[in-house]
Design a protein around this ligand. Structure first.
Ligand code: NAD
Length: 486
């Protein structure tokens, strides 16, 4: 696959680059080379995409649900056939090691298969009524048009997580690609076309958030805004929708500052291995990455020694055997270096990394570990979204729970312990959307609802059957009949 020299919009099933379009550069994070010029979309492109979606939404919403599901089934098959092509697109856009890029293709196909199955269900309820000869039921209705606004970190999985359930539920979808990973959504459109999706049901526009994202969110034709990105932008989007004449449903999947707790009865080797994976997979650019490692005082020194030895072995690069790819942009790399040196200036101790790697021209950063960081410091409180984690010493279980809950985020949390009682207490007391016992801070599957509390989300979950709550409206139907009229 060669990455296209120009990345267009995808509207009414064709690639469109308006004659008067401005462009911005797309660089490969692994090489710093410019690989494409991206159409810089704005309100006119968004309006065009929405008109196309509006023309297609009604028929699509009335198509039998199993037929919609069958198209997703074909999309899954095509994804598997085109695994190499999509893996290469993800790799060119993110610089991820191949194993992580290609994993997105498999998980996206799995999600399409799961959602295809929902095409035979999409259950409502039948409800009893105290009134004679009355039947009450609930139906799941399509909402109409879904605006899907994307983050950059897992471009294919990100599009799949929103678009497959939204389509299955009978909505037309307009994606706003992330400006740093623009082409995935276009290749996805071609795939859906080949899978038999009717013209106009899926579109994608390019551009920066304020230029292309804002007009999409603010357009009253959009009935559901599904956003994944930072908490700050999520709050802005919620505000924008509140300012519209007609409200819309807003699903926010936001950031995390996820604690990884290591108790004094933990299997230390397992905890070390999974702490490293949690912190550095995808160069720490995962909402669920383990950015705070909370270790019981009694085993702190033993854990620290093993952990730092293992961090040294993390292979930085984008090759087949590498573990930790580049961060997405030079700007993010510079920001991370500044944040780490700022923390050191405020008294933190740098015990690993802290610099760009010397050997390549991409945006690679050494896996970085800080300790002696105040829990109130900005690097303890704010998501950094890079290969940086902090070690904290905790007195015991209560201290660990207090610290784990001590940020405005609440996405995921992990605890390593052999005590059933500690595990169960952590499950109960951790304020987050996912708890992992003796695992990594992440873990997702097509059937698993994922999302957060506090500044990590607004109560919705994707995917699983819970995603159906995002992309349908529940309609309650009351039917009265008169037996005498039979
Ligand atoms: P971001 O908030 O900077 O950007 C996300 C999207 O919002 C982009 O497409 C951007 O163009 C758009 N945007 C920006 N300003 C906008 C505006 N004014 N109006 C409309 N759209 C606008 O986030 P990011 O840095 O691209 O992504 C990383 C973030 O995503 C992290 O915080 C990460 O934790 C989060 N994330 C969360 C999940 C989850 O499931 N909870 C999954 C992946 C990533």
């Amino acid at each position: 696959m060669s990455y296209p020299k120009t990345v267009p919009h995808w509207i009414a099933d064709v690639e469109i680059t308006p004659k008067d379009s401005a462009f911005f550069e797309k660089r490969n994070p692994a090489t710093d080379q410019v690989i494409a010029q991206v159409a810089r979309g704005g309100a006119a492109d968004v309006a065009h995409a929405l008109s196309s979606a509006a023309g297609a939404a009604d028929d699509w919403g009335r198509a039998p649900v199993p037929k919609r599901g069958a198209i997703l089934g074909r999309a899954a098959q095509l994804l598997r056939e085109r695994e190499k092509e999509f893996g290469e697109i993800v790799q060119a856009e993110t610089g991820k090691p191949w194993k992580n890029a290609v994993a997105e293709v498999g998980s996206s196909a799995d999600l399409a298969i799961f959602m295809e199955g929902e095409g035979s269900r999409l259950y409502g309820k039948t409800l009893p009524s105290p009134i004679p000869n009355r039947t009450v039921q609930t139906l799941r209705s399509p909402i109409g048009i879904c605006a899907a606004i994307m983050p950059f970190n897992s471009p294919l999985a990100g599009v799949a997580w929103k678009v497959f359930p939204a389509l299955l539920c009978g909505n037309a979808v307009v994606v706003k690609s992330h400006e740093l990973t623009p082409y995935t959504a276009i290749a996805f459109g071609k795939l859906l076309k080949d899978a038999g999706l009717p013209v106009g049901v899926y579109g994608a526009v390019q551009g920066y958030g304020p230029d292309a994202g804002a007009p999409l969110v603010q357009d009253h034709r959009v009935g559901v805004v599904s956003f994944t990105g930072s908490s700050a932008t999520g709050k802005l989007i919620q505000k924008m929708v509140s300012g519209r004449d007609v409200l819309a449903k807003v699903c926010l999947e936001l950031g995390g500052k996820n604690p990884f707790v290591v108790c004094d009865d933990a299997d230390l080797d397992l905890a070390v291995e999974l702490a490293v994976t949690s912190a550095f997979i995808d160069a720490g650019q995962r909402c669920a990455s383990g950015s705070r490692i909370l270790v019981f005082d009694r085993i702190y020194d033993a854990f620290r020694a093993k952990f730092l030895a293992r961090v040294e072995k993390v292979k930085v690069g984008s090759g087949p055997d590498d573990d930790c790819g580049p961060v997405i942009s030079k700007a993010n790399l510079d920001r991370l270096i500044t944040q780490v040196s700022g923390a050191v200036g405020r008294g933190a101790k740098l015990v690993a990394g802290g610099k760009p790697t010397a050997s390549t021209s991409g945006y690679y950063m050494q896996p970085t570990v800080l300790e002696n960081v105040s829990p109130n410091d900005e690097v303890s409180q704010n998501e950094l979204f890079g290969p940086v984690t902090c070690l904290y010493r905790v007195d015991g279980f209560d201290d660990a729970v207090r610290l784990a809950n001590g940020t405005h985020y609440g996405l995921t949390g992990a605890i390593h312990t052999t005590s059933l009682h500690r595990a169960q207490e952590f499950i109960t007391r951790y304020q987050g959307g996912l708890v992992s016992v003796n695992g990594a801070t992440f873990g997702a599957g097509p059937h698993m609802p994922f999302g957060g509390v506090k500044n990590s989300g607004n109560g919705f979950r994707e995917p699983g059957t819970e995603a159906l709550d995002v992309y349908t409206e529940l309609k309650t139907v009351v039917i009265n009949h008169v037996p005498a009229k039979v």
